[in-house]
Design a protein around this ligand. Structure first.
Ligand SMILES: [Zn+2]
Length: 320
């Protein structure tokens, strides 16, 4: 199911790239499309193995040098951070020194994960070095997923999350790296110099600050992709799963349902004032993603202010 959603999102983003609002040159466009085409989705951060036994052996080998002590919490923390940092350094080296590109992470190897504080990864992430989107299996449970749930629910939650991560491959920083994790200075500069791309990046920077640019782009683009993947798919393409719709439910209600379930993802009992540097608070994330998003305005019949109608049409900043 996740792979299916991922393919639909890729398809939608491919259509968007091909529409080429930015008027990218042939080389830039080919580069972006190739990166999209080669992006893969991997379930679970564990190596793919045939048997539990060999998986266990692999993990043992991976952590071979790591010495942990049952009674030394802080010592263990330091030791594991050191272990992760070394992995990270290794993948960073590969990014900076593209001729080492051949030292690719083999498919079966454990993935180097980035360390945010002391957390382990409970949410999906995009790996620039392998152009891979990694989804931990722990994600596939309520409230995001229950077996047999309607496509509307899947697209508005999981679809958004995958769309968000996919977008991370196309941020101003990420367009310098190709689909095999190698730096491509020339083509990266060509994309970055594109006038519309530059203007839109400035728009994002102006609205959210340089620190949040990438995340805000990923949120807005991810929502757009998930929404259009679900609603705009060609007629006949989409089999409306009727069990998700109350009898007589109009498409407006369906749209509202989509946005409400999207917002629900951010619902938590955590203190919303606890700001996250990159993403902003959850409340802001929801509002920033839907603000000026036309389908949202339609769904909830948002009226434009007198000023907006008269002087300017506010739009979202869109890199593509
Ligand atoms: Zn993100």
């Amino acid at each position: 199911m996740l792979q299916g959603i991922f393919q639909t999102l890729k398809h939608r983003f491919g259509q968007k790239l091909r529409a080429n609002r930015n008027a990218f040159g042939r080389k830039s466009l080919k580069f972006l499309l190739s990166k999209l085409e080669h992006m893969t989705l991997r379930l679970s951060i564990l190596p793919r193995q045939k048997s539990d036994h060999s998986l266990e052996r692999r993990i043992e080998r991976h952590y071979h040098d790591l010495q942990l002590n049952a009674s030394d919490y802080y010592g263990n923390l330091l030791a594991t951070l050191k272990h992760s940092t070394e992995q990270q350094l290794h993948s960073l080296l590969r990014l900076l020194l593209p001729w080492l590109g051949k030292v690719q992470t083999k498919r079966g190897q454990p993935l180097p994960v980035e360390v945010h504080g002391f957390g382990s990864f409970g949410s999906p992430f995009y790996m620039l070095s392998t152009n891979t989107l990694v989804v931990p299996l722990s994600l596939l449970g309520p409230p995001l997923y229950s077996p047999g749930q309607s496509e509307l629910l899947s697209y508005s939650s999981l679809g958004f999350i995958l769309g968000h991560e996919l977008s991370h491959g196309f941020t101003p920083d990420a367009v310098r790296i190709d689909s095999r994790g190698r730096a491509q200075i020339g083509i990266g500069l060509e994309v970055l110099r594109n006038r519309r791309f530059r203007d839109e990046a400035t728009c994002l920077r102006f609205r959210f600050g340089a620190e949040q640019l990438e995340e805000k782009f990923a949120d807005a683009n991810g929502l757009d992709l998930a929404y259009s993947a679900y609603f705009d798919a060609a007629e006949g393409d989409r089999r409306w799963d009727e069990n998700s719709i109350e009898p007589g439910q109009t498409s407006t209600l369906r749209q509202q349902h989509f946005f409400l379930n999207f917002a629900q993802f951010f619902c938590s009992d955590e203190d919303s004032s606890q700001d996250n540097d990159d993403h902003g608070t959850d409340r802001r994330r929801v509002n920033d993603a839907v603000a000026n998003f036309e389908p949202f305005q339609q769904a909830f019949n948002c009226s434009k202010s007198w000023f907006e109608k008269r002087y300017r049409q506010r739009t979202q900043c869109r890199l593509y």
